[in-house]
Unconditional design. Structure first.
Length: 222
C-alpha cells in the first residue's frame, strides 16, 4: 500500500546516500550477458572474487552463452574457481545457460522483450536461482523495474526501524516497490547506494557516527 510519508522518507535516504557516495555506475560489466553471469557467480562471495573469475572467462575467450555451455563442466569450474563454491556455481551457471539458450537462443534482446512477471517466474524456475539472483538479472541485465534485496539492504532497513528481523524477501522488496515509482534507473542506483553504505558503515560492527544515514530513522515498529 502506498504511503506518502514512507515515500518521502525513502527519497530522503536516497538523497543522503547519493550526496555522500555519488553515482555508483553499477552493475560493472561490458555486456548484459556478463551481468547475468556475474549475478550467479556473486552468490556467497564478494565482488572482487567475481571479477577474477570473469577475467578468467574473458582471457579464455569463452564469455558467450554457447561457448560457456559447450565447456566441459570441469573446465568451467576451474575457470570460475576464484568466485568460490566453483563446482556448485558451475552447475548453476550451466542450468541458467541451458534455459537461456533453449528459451531465447542466447539472445538478450529476445529475453528482454518478455514481461517482468513472466521472466521472473522463469528465472525462479531455474535450478540454483533465487529471488536476489533473479531480480539482479532482471534489473541490471534486462532493464526491468524490480528492486533487489540483499543482506546489506535488510541490515540497513532493520537498524533504522524500517522492517522486522523476521521479514522475508518480498516484504522488504515491497517497502521500496509500494512507495517508489517503478523506475529502472532509480532502483538500480538506490540498491547500489544501499550496498555501499552497508559495506562502508552498516557493518556487523556498525560505524553509525560516520554514516550518512546517522539520525535517519523510520517510525519504530512494535
Amino acid at each position: 500500500m502506498k504511503n506518502p510519508q514512507r515515500r518521502n522518507k525513502l527519497l530522503e535516504a536516497y538523497r543522503l546516500l547519493s550526496d555522500s557516495f555519488g553515482p555508483r555506475h553499477w552493475w560493472p560489466a561490458e555486456t548484459p550477458f556478463e551481468v547475468m553471469v556475474g549475478a550467479i557467480l556473486t552468490q556467497n562471495t564478494n565482488w572482487k572474487n567475481v571479477e577474477k573469475a570473469i577475467e578468467n572467462l574473458k582471457k579464455a575467450q569463452v564469455l558467450s552463452p554457447q561457448k560457456l555451455y559447450n565447456l566441459p563442466p570441469t573446465t568451467l569450474a576451474k575457470l570460475i574457481q576464484p568466485a568460490g563454491y566453483f563446482r556448485v556455481k558451475a552447475k548453476r551457471l550451466r542450468h541458467f545457460l541451458k534455459y537461456f539458450l533453449e528459451t531465447y537462443g542466447g539472445d538478450v534482446k529476445k529475453m528482454e522483450a518478455g514481461s517482468l512477471e513472466k521472466l521472473r517466474a522463469e528465472l525462479l524456475g531455474v535450478n540454483g536461482i533465487g529471488p536476489e539472483t533473479a531480480d539482479s538479472i532482471l534489473l541490471y541485465a534486462l532493464n526491468k523495474p524490480i528492486f533487489v534485496i540483499d543482506a546489506y539492504t535488510k541490515r540497513v532497513l532493520n537498524r533504522h526501524g524500517l522492517c522486522a528481523e523476521d521479514d522475508g524477501y518480498e516484504e522488504l522488496q515491497n517497502i521500496f516497490m509500494d512507495n517508489l515509482k517503478p523506475d529502472v534507473s532509480l532502483y538500480n542506483e538506490y540498491h547500489a547506494l544501499v550496498v555501499e553504505v552497508g559495506k562502508e558503515f552498516c557493518r556487523t560492527t556498525p560505524k553509525c557516527s560516520q554514516c550518512p544515514l546517522n539520525g535517519w530513522n523510520w517510525e519504530k515498529r512494535r
